[in-house]
Design a protein around this ligand. Structure first.
Ligand SMILES: [Zn+2]
Length: 58
């Protein structure tokens, strides 16, 4: 499952959330994800830091 990095717009705390794509889309629309530090729902996904877990072994 992909890990999404979110940033709180209020306290600038960056935190990770492990979500399925469907869950992520739902949270993006409803904005129900919350900052673990201050509890603000004003969080923004950090698409640039989107981490993809692949099964590739180098
Ligand atoms: Zn916060």
């Amino acid at each position: 499952m992909p890990t999404y990095e979110y940033r709180c717009l209020r306290c600038k705390k960056v935190f990770d959330m492990v979500l399925s794509i469907a869950e992520h889309e739902r949270l993006k629309k409803k904005r129900t994800s919350k900052c673990p530090k201050c509890g603000s729902s004003r969080v923004e996904p950090q698409i640039a830091n989107f981490l993809v877990q692949t099964s590739k072994k180098s």
